[in-house]
Design a binder for this molecule. Structure first.
Ligand code: GCV
Length: 609
């Protein structure tokens, strides 16, 4: 098992490892400050950090470190805008990580909790440094093995909770709704069955006797072949409320995921439109959930694609608590091989309108007081596989603390903390990271189309990989047109938004061009605002995307003298793989459309027959 002292692990000088200044610092608790808040002052012969509690002192200490590295004034005050700042792990008991790209789980091995205390403590410290205050350690797809966290593995869960607690991080568990059947052979998991309720009561009492600050349960139910209340003829609210009522006396909550859709769709049936599903299921139940239920909603209505509009449910629910779920692990966004700084994407998510006045950011910390990120770490020597992918975890924490930060501001903290103060290094890494999302989008599926990835792995191009499948993710390209008409004249998805947004997305001239193919079905001859046809625009973006990656490689190479060899090699190796991937995407997709249309590239560049 890797420990803090392993040489490889220490060879990166990354943000969590630079030591915190301790000498000449006076730390005091000031109950007048918010509990997790802090105030830092530079006085004559020392620096004072006041915290509203120990948690505030922890955050204040890391804030001081950050400000020193970024060259900001030391005097400052801070407090989180969002109360619950949560990391979800998709770690399985066998040590694998669903959609993980940085090695194996740091928690599990061979069917049990099997970990290094130092490593987990170091991870807790890392999360505390970015303000995270809660963690779910296991995958939402809970196998029969994973369900045992509630029983056989509970003593070990307690030990993990003990490691996280000093860092102000509470623990929660993902549970399988069918646990009474899976673990104890009960005849049913019907949430209205009194014996089922009793079974859960016993589990919850046991958990709280061992982990008094246990945060609660995370539930993926009635989703992707996993059971839930609907299978018992009940509603999502029936299921969530049964658990919530049991947890309430202990101060626990239920995170109920809204990622529910028909995953056995017939592609011939164009009356079903997957992005509509969550709203259709949950809006009629708005107000029926207990106050300690938090509906956990992915940022987009599909599934963490490179560009989607925000889920309409985030703004539409009025009487139900909710959490915004973001994916830090790069499932559809390059798998920690391709460069993809998610900060720019999340800044857009926060800036996305909810109605004619407000954007999502305005709801954060008010109507939406919880944010969840799917972890991108594993036991890899630098935590995230690609060292530059650390920026995504860092950005998540910083935005969870303060959603008004910009993607650029966050990078200007992270880069010097990780690579030191050399201006050339800072500027060049800043440039490639800030451009990275758009570059990936250019050579994959621009304009909101999404998917077209290889089935299951979700890396690399396969334009028809999901086209005739059951998953409901179609683009319906033919010789003339592409995309789904999701306007009020089409599938009516746009009607799920505030009327001002319906009007914008419905109107082809007002719909943001970057989302055009999410909302509209268009002929390849459609003329874009830049005067090009849709098809030519598509070709151009694919060629440009590859050129961008070539440029990134040159920029990175120019930094060789200024970077630790290990970090330099780590990224260069991945950039080379990214170039291969980008070329593959460009050629497969350009050929795909050329074969349909017979229209060559206007600039005569090579498109394969
Ligand atoms: C944990 C997508 C991913 C799955 C993931 C699921 C979810 O479908 O491909 O791996 O399962 O989302 O968010 O539940």
């Amino acid at each position: 098992m890797r420990t803090l002292n392993d040489s490889m692990y220490n060879s990166y000088k990354c943000w969590l490892q630079t030591s915190l200044p301790e000498e000449g610092i006076l730390k005091t608790i000031n109950p007048l400050l918010p509990k997790e808040g802090y105030r830092i002052r530079q006085l004559n012969n020392h620096i004072s950090i006041e915290g509203g509690s120990n948690a505030g002192l922890i955050y204040g200490t890391f804030a001081l470190h950050r400000r020193l590295a970024a060259g900001h004034d030391i005097d400052c005050e801070g407090a989180p805008r969002i109360a619950r700042r949560v990391i979800n792990h998709w770690d399985n008991p066998d040590g694998s990580i669903e959609r993980g790209y940085a090695g194996k789980s740091i928690f599990f091995k061979n069917g049990e909790l099997n970990y290094s205390i130092e490593q987990v403590n170091d991870y807790a410290r890392l999360l505390a440094s970015i303000g995270i205050n809660e963690i779910t350690i296991n995958n939402v797809n809970v196998s029969a093995e994973g369900a045992k966290l509630l029983t056989d593995m509970l003593p070990d869960v307690k030990k993990i909770a003990d490691i996280f607690r000093p860092w102000n991080i509470r623990i929660s568990l993902a549970i399988n709704f069918e646990s009474p059947v899976l673990l104890d052979g009960m005849p049913t998991a019907d949430p209205l069955d009194p014996n089922v309720r009793l079974w859960w009561e016993k589990r919850v009492e046991e958990i709280y006797s061992m982990i008094p600050d246990f945060s609660g349960f995370l539930v993926k139910a009635d989703s992707e072949f996993i059971g839930g209340p609907v299978a018992h003829g009940r509603t999502e609210a029936d299921g969530a409320n049964m658990l919530a009522r049991i947890l309430a006396p202990f101060g626990g909550v239920v995170y109920w995921r809204c990622f529910i859709y028909d995953c056995l769709q017939d592609w011939r049936d164009s009356t079903i439109d997957r992005p509509k599903a969550a709203y259709e299921i949950f809006m009629p139940q708005d107000g029926l959930f207990e106050p300690n239920v938090i509906l956990q909603i992915k940022n987009g209505p599909c599934d963490f694609q490179v560009r989607e509009p925000n889920s309409p449910l985030l703004g539409a629910l009025k009487k139900t608590n909710r959490a915004l779920e973001l994916q830090i692990t790069q499932e559809y966004t390059g798998q920690q091989i391709d460069l993809y700084y998610l900060g720019t994407q999340w800044e857009e998510v926060f800036s996305f309108p909810v109605d004619d006045k407000l954007v999502l950011r305005d709801l954060m910390g008010k109507k939406i007081n919880c944010i969840v990120g799917i972890s991108n770490i594993g036991n890899d020597e630098n935590w995230t596989g690609n060292i530059l992918a650390q920026a995504n975890l860092y950005a998540f924490g910083r935005l969870a603390w303060d959603p008004s930060l910009t993607a650029g501001e966050i990078l200007k903290e992270w880069i010097p903390m990780t690579f030191g103060g050399n201006t050339e290094v800072i500027e060049k890494i800043y440039e490639i990271l800030m451009r990275s999302r758009e570059t990936y989008e250019k050579y994959t599926t621009p304009m909101g189309l999404g998917w077209m990835v290889n089935v299951h792995s979700h890396y690399g191009p396969s334009p028809e990989g999901y086209e005739y499948s059951k998953w409901g993710t179609y683009h319906r390209a033919n010789y003339k047109a592409i995309g789904i008409d999701r306007t009020s004249k089409g599938t009516k998805f746009t009607l799920q938004y505030h009327p001002s947004l319906t009007a914008m997305f419905d109107d082809i001239n007002k719909c943001p061009e970057k989302l055009l193919l999410f909302f509209h079905r268009l002929n390849y001859s459609h003329v874009m605002k830049n005067g090009k046809t849709l098809l030519q625009h598509y070709y151009d973006l694919h060629f440009e995307g590859v050129e961008d990656v070539e440029e990134f490689i040159e920029i990175w190479k120019s930094l060789e003298p200024h970077l630790p060899k290990k970090a330099y090699d780590n990224v260069l190796e991945r950039l080379k793989l990214q170039l291969k991937n980008a070329i593959e995407w460009r050629d497969v997709l350009n050929t795909y459309f050329y074969r349909f249309t017979g229209i060559p590239d206007a600039k005569g560049r090579k498109i394969y027959e």
